[in-house]
Design a protein. Structure first.
Length: 111
């Protein structure tokens, strides 16, 4: 066993542990979609949910900002920003809250 062989085994192990670029992109898109789902809530309902989920302040403010924006490109940038902020949050409680929210019939119409 030469020194080059040991290094190649370590590189192969790292490649197996790290998800592919496509998998990372799919995960980021799923988180963005989840965050956009939060933007469909009315601000009052969102504030109520914020108390239960303890969303980071930056994420909460970014979601509220969507309600103030009107321009299509601005909305697209804001959705991307929300997706970025969602990477630092546990998505499971948010998914549960959105499922409950959609069942309750309080959802606003999509823009």
């Amino acid at each position: 066993m030469g020194p080059g062989e040991a290094g190649s085994d370590a590189g192969a192990d790292e490649a197996l542990e790290r998800p592919s670029r496509s998998a990372r992109k799919r995960q980021a898109e799923a988180l963005q979609k989840l965050g956009v789902g939060l933007t469909r809530m009315r601000p009052a309902k969102l504030r109520e949910l914020q108390q239960h989920l303890q969303l980071p302040e930056a994420l909460f403010e970014a979601i509220l900002e969507v309600h103030r924006l009107r321009s299509g490109p601005a909305l697209a940038r804001q959705r991307q920003y929300i997706g970025r902020l969602m990477r630092d949050v546990d998505p499971v409680p948010i998914e549960r809250a959105l499922t409950e929210f959609s069942r309750s019939g309080d959802a606003k119409m999509c823009r």
